[in-house]
Every structure is written in structure tokens, then in C-alpha cells.
Design a protein around this ligand. Structure first.
Ligand code: ATP
Ligand code: MG
Length: 463
């Protein structure tokens, strides 16, 4: 069978066409499903192709091998193989439905079925429950195309039942709504909030994958504002921040709303290019505020030590969610120093580079720029009078840029002199005295009392 794609149709990759053709020539039925169909209808090419078929997986494997594809048995327990067709990996899954979910996480069994509609019915959202075939066209039993064009996220079937079967679908619905900028249909939204308690039963690393995706998309702030019940269910440490009055003239928002605004502001200050570490730092930077709250005699709120405690809490939250450790260490460093008093001097910029280097060696320069963006975002999310602090951060960035251009100095290795110079110029014997002398030179350079210039430093040694 040859498929002709008429003009205006979606262009399916050669590999996917080969897979569908081979299965159908052998007498089975096959469709493209899920994300590829959704994205093709939105005019976005290039999504991984998932094929669904009535062929049992062993049959699919046999047919596709005979057609010259390499076949990997990637998930045969639930009927999935991966065929490498024209160099492209195509997932091929047998039509299936899922059995009961007694643990609310994994179906107790999968049952293979013969009707593609049954397979579509087990999928999470209407926009993800469409199938497409190059000749038969779109199969859309749940109105996914209309929801897609109207910008609506809707569960397939009864949302209360669907979220009970698999609670993770709550986070998928939220993630897709944020990713696409879609509204969640009323019943789906009600069911989603009504079922959040079930998220307690979901493995933390599965939650971590979803929340990490939301944070990396730059949507943590939107998620906090739009879906507080969901966000507080997955990160209970944030629940106490919700409605937590800061009793401060510098804050118009409660702790939770402040955090949300900072998440949005780091995106604004980085033109949407904030790194995962910066986004995670914004998301958790004030997580320890409720725990460190105190009030003075005038009734003003204080949060002494919240950056240190916040970094500690963030590390434990991010570890629990299995966030990559390089992201965690960088985010915790940013949280640790987000509120540090810093005069706008070269010395204090160097001191900050030294601190960042001590916890994230080699990443201090990048992190220091990110720290300034976090502080900018923090400033504009407090009150009108604090917002002007954000522009002061321009001075810090200028100092840092100049320092980077010159070659930053915050470690003895970066000095323009070395141990041999100390031995020669000061007449000391090799040993700890050499290191001490270099350390003194470093302190003087970092404090901007001496330039990091070889001639000047040699002269200083001689004196
Ligand atoms: P992405 O672009 O993020 O990969 P996708 O639609 O391909 O989007 P996947 O997570 O790769 O999403 O899942 C593929 C398809 O499997 C989905 O489109 C959906 O039909 C179905 N699906 C995935 N997870 C679930 C779930 N937990 N419950 C029901 N159906 C699901
Ligand atoms: Mg996918």
C-alpha cells in the first residue's frame, strides 16, 4: 500500500509511514496517536511519532523486522516496542486499556483490545486522545480538535474517575495547560482540585519530573497563582507560605504570592532564558520564611536566617523530587546568598564569586549573574519603593562584567604572582609561609587595595 499525502495534510516522516504501511500490509490496522497528532494540528512538526495498532507486540516486532527495521523490546509488558525505521525511533504499542489502579499509580494490569477507540478512551486529555492516519484522516471521538482550537484542557471521560485511576494526570493536565496557555475546563478543574490528596500516594520522583518540567518552562509562577491547591499538595512546605502575612512595609504580598511574582519576574529579567537553577531558586528562595518568622516589639516581621534555612529546605525538597544534583547545588547557592548584604564594590563582587565558587566550582561567574537577576526579581516583587533596588543591581552587573573582562580574582591561583615569586622576593623557605603570603596578597587584591598586576605585586612582596 502506498500512501499519498494530499496538499494541506500533515507530513508524516518516512519512518512512520514505513511502519504503518508494513503493519497494514500484514492485515493489521495502525494509527499515529497522542502528542504527534496534537502538535501537527497546531502546525508544529517534529514531535516523536507514537503508533498504535491492533497487532500484538510480537506480531508487530516480527512484521517490522521483516520490513528491515531494527526492533527494540522497550516496554513489552504493556505492549510497546520501538522500531528504528529509516533511522527514526517509532514507538509501536498494541491497542490497550488499563485495568484497575488499586494503588492510584500503576494499573494492576493492561488489557489488549481490538478497537482503537477503546485505546483512545484510556488516554488522559481530549487533546491527547486523537489518532491520525494518512488515508483515513483524523479520528477524534472526544472532541480533542475542538478543544485544541478553543484552547481547552479537558479530561477524557469522567474527570473524577480518571484522576482517581491515575493521580499523576492532575499534574499532566496542569502542565499541558501551562505549556499551551490553555484553560482547564470547569469540571476537569474541579475534579483536579478535589483529587489533590491522592498526590500523596504518587512516587516523589514522578512528581519531580512533572514539576521540574513546569519550572523549566518558566511557568512556576503561573502554576503557583493558578493552581495553589495542586502546588501546595506536591510541595507541602509551600502550604504554610500561603496567606502568610509578612508584617512588613516592604512587602505588599504574602510569602506565597511574593514567591510567585519572583518566579514570573526572573523570566522577565532574563527574557525567558532563566536557567533551571535560577528558576528553581526563585521558586524556593523564601520557602523558609514561615519557619524563621519573628516579630519585633513594634510588630514588624523579620525572617532572620531564612536564606540559610531556605537553602537547606530547598536541598531536601529537590533531593526528594530527584531534581538533577547540579541544578540543586546551584539553586541552593543562589538561595543561600539571595538576601546577602552587598555594597556595590568590586571587593564585595569578588567575595561573592569566592563564595559561589566554594560550593559550585567553575560556575561562579554564571551564578553571580544569576544571583543578580534573582535579586532584581526579588526587589520588584516586594513593594513600589523597593522596586528601585532592582536598578541598583545594574551597578553590580557592571562590576561583575568588568571583573570578568579583567579575569576574576578570588583565589590565589588567579594572582599574577605565584609561590616561586614569594620564595625569591621574600626569602622565605618553601612551606606554609608561602601560602600565607599569597593569601595576604589575595586579600589585598580582593579588597581592591592592590591591582592584580605582576609588577605591582612583586614590588609589594619586596616591601
Ligand atoms: P510530549 O510532547 O510532552 O511528549 P505527549 O502527548 O507525547 O507529549 P507523553 O507523556 O509522551 O505525552 O505520552 C504520550 C501519550 O500517552 C499522551 O499523548 C497520552 O495520550 C498518553 N498518556 C501519557 N500519560 C498518560 C497517563 N498518565 N494517563 C493517560 N494517558 C496518558
Ligand atoms: Mg511524548
Amino acid at each position: 500500500m502506498e500512501f499519498e499525502l494530499s496538499a494541506g495534510e500533515f507530513e508524516l516522516s518516512a519512518g512512520a509511514l514505513q511502519v504503518i504501511e508494513a503493519l497494514e500490509e500484514a492485515g493489521y490496522e495502525a494509527w499515529v496517536v497522542g502528542g504527534w497528532v496534537r502538535d501537527a494540528l497546531r502546525g508544529l512538526p517534529g514531535h516523536d511519532v507514537d503508533v498504535t495498532t491492533d497487532a500484538p507486540w510480537r506480531e508487530s516486532a516480527r512484521i517490522l523486522r521483516a520490513a528491515g527495521c531494527e526492533v527494540l523490546e522497550t516496554g513489552v509488558a504493556h505492549g510497546t516496542i520501538t522500531a528504528l525505521a529509516v533511522g527514526e525511533p517509532i514507538e509501536v504499542t498494541t491497542y490497550r486499556v488499563e485495568g484497575t489502579y488499586s494503588d492510584h499509580r500503576h494499573p494492576d494490569e493492561v488489557r489488549f483490545v481490538s478497537d482503537v477507540r477503546e485505546d483512545l478512551a484510556r488516554r488522559d486529555l481530549t487533546i491527547n486522545a486523537m489518532a491520525w492516519h494518512p488515508v483515513r484522516g483524523l479520528l477524534d471521538p472526544f472532541g480533542g480538535h475542538e478543544d485544541l482550537s478553543r484552547g481547552v484542557i479537558r479530561a477524557v471521560g469522567d474527570p473524577w474517575r480518571r484522576f482517581e485511576e491515575d493521580v499523576l494526570r492532575i499534574l499532566r493536565a496542569v502542565r499541558f495547560s501551562l505549556r499551551l496557555g490553555f484553560v482547564i475546563e470547569k469540571n476537569t478543574q474541579e475534579a483536579l482540585v478535589g483529587r489533590v490528596d491522592g498526590l500523596k500516594h504518587v512516587a516523589s520522583e514522578r512528581i519531580g519530573k512533572e514539576i521540574d518540567a513546569i519550572v523549566r518552562m518558566g511557568k512556576a509562577g503561573r502554576a503557583l497563582l493558578d493552581q495553589p491547591e495542586v502546588m501546595c499538595a506536591i510541595i507541602p512546605e509551600l502550604a504554610v507560605a500561603r496567606g502568610f502575612n509578612q508584617h512588613s512595609v516592604y512587602h505588599v504580598y504574602d510569602v506565597y504570592e511574593h514567591i510567585a511574582h519572583v518566579c514570573c519576574a526572573v523570566q522577565a529579567f532574563t527574557a525567558g532564558m532563566a536557567t533551571p537553577a535560577l528558576q528553581w531558586a526563585a521558586f524556593l528562595h523564601d520557602v523558609a520564611k514561615p519557619a524563621t518568622y519573628s516579630e519585633d516589639v513594634e510588630g514588624h516581621g523579620h525572617f532572620f536566617g531564612h536564606p540559610i534555612e531556605g537553602a537547606r529546605m530547598a536541598e531536601s525538597i529537590m533531593r526528594r523530587l530527584a531534581i538533577p544534583s547540579d541544578v540543586t547545588s546551584a539553586a541552593c547557592a543562589l538561595i543561600r546568598w539571595h538576601d546577602e548584604r552587598m555594597p556595590a564594590t568590586l571587593a564585595s563582587v569578588r567575595k561573592m564569586l569566592e563564595r559561589l565558587s566554594s560550593v559550585c566550582p567553575g560556575r561562579e561567574t554564571q551564578l553571580c549573574f544569576e544571583l543578580f537577576n534573582l535579586r532584581r526579581a526579588d526587589a520588584v516583587s516586594k513593594c513600589d519603593s523597593a522596586a528601585s533596588w532592582a536598578s541598583a543591581l545594574d551597578d553590580y552587573s557592571a562590576l561583575l562584567r568588568a571583573e570578568v573582562a579583567r579575569g576574576p580574582v578570588f583565589s590565589v591561583r588567579q594572582l599574577a604572582i605565584h609561590g616561586g615569586d614569594v620564595i625569591r622576593k621574600c626569602g622565605v623557605v618553601p612551606g606554609p609561609a608561602v601560602g600565607m603570603q599569597l593569601e595576604m596578597a589575595l586579600r589585598a587584591v580582593m579588597a581592591d587595595e592592590l591591582p592584580n598586576e605582576r609588577a605591582v605585586l612583586l614590588e609589594w612582596l619586596r616591601a
